[in-house]
Ligand binder design. Structure first.
Ligand code: HEM
Length: 139
């Protein structure tokens, strides 16, 4: 159950993060004003990724991965699910959180877009690098 929610919520979290990133890059490049809709989109990306973190923690402590770890030890698949994926995702969400709080301290609209673009962009790279793609695409 938790696993299924984690799997589907990932689509939402990734889509909104990608939209917030594209919006920030376009806003920065066009030097337009940082409006309420820009704030809302960046905030949605922060919220959906935090929810994914909470679901991920639930998945982590109830995952069948433990049986697999017991049975076959620390192989590449188990290392990905038990260590690499969680650590990288937590790091990515920390970056999103830092980006969100730093953008609020920026005094210019370009500065706000730039901060969101850098931190959300780095977070997206980390997330994409450590998603268990073969497992995800298997459902
Ligand atoms: C933005 C954050 C995250 C994204 C986008 C994400 C995405 C995913 C995806 C797509 C899968 C594959 C699901 C499937 O098999 O259908 C997965 C599996 C998993 N995730 Fe995450 N995840 C995130 C954060 C986390 C965190 C923070 C943890 C733990 C602290 C975590 C723990 C796990 C575990 C243990 C699995 C394997 C579940 C299993 O097959 O037993 N995830 N994640």
């Amino acid at each position: 159950m938790m696993n299924t929610i984690h799997s589907y919520w990932a689509y939402l979290a990734l889509t909104i993060l990608l939209l917030a990133l594209i919006n920030a890059i376009v806003g920065y490049a066009s030097k337009r004003d940082f409006k309420a809709k820009d704030l809302r989109l960046s905030l949605f990306a922060l919220i959906t990724s935090h929810i994914q973190l909470l679901i991920g923690l639930g998945v982590y402590f109830s995952s069948p991965m433990y049986q697999s770890l017991k049975a076959s030890g620390m192989n590449a698949t188990n290392r990905m699910l038990a260590v690499e994926h969680p650590i990288m995702m937590i790091l990515a969400i920390v970056l999103i959180t830092i980006g969100w709080s730093k953008h609020k301290k920026q005094t210019t609209d370009t500065g706000k877009f730039k901060t969101i673009a850098i931190f959300y962009g780095l977070a997206l790279i980390l997330i994409l690098s450590r998603i268990p793609w073969s497992q995800w695409c298997d459902i």
